[in-house]
Design a protein around this ligand. Structure first.
Ligand SMILES: [Zn+2]
Length: 73
């Protein structure tokens, strides 16, 4: 587990995936630092790989400072 601070709150990989996806993911990998900055605020961006369903794996990106997020879909 690699908990990180996002928008002032400590989140687990599962919680981060839920923030990005809008609902809980089945499986999540560890949170990593994405090599990019937020297009909205310039803040640091985290990435987390997760499985929203048994047949799908996506990498989600989430800004640590603001609500911006996206996935690699
Ligand atoms: Zn941001």
């Amino acid at each position: 587990m690699s908990n990180r601070v996002v928008e002032g709150r400590m989140v687990t990989p599962g919680k981060l995936a839920e923030l990005i996806e809008g609902e809980p993911a089945m499986e999540t990998e560890d949170i990593e630092d994405a090599d990019r900055t937020c297009p909205d605020c310039g803040g640091d961006v985290l990435s987390v790989g997760y499985m929203p369903s048994v047949t799908e794996f996506v990498v989600g990106y989430k800004c640590q400072e603001c609500p911006w997020s996206e996935t690699d879909r």
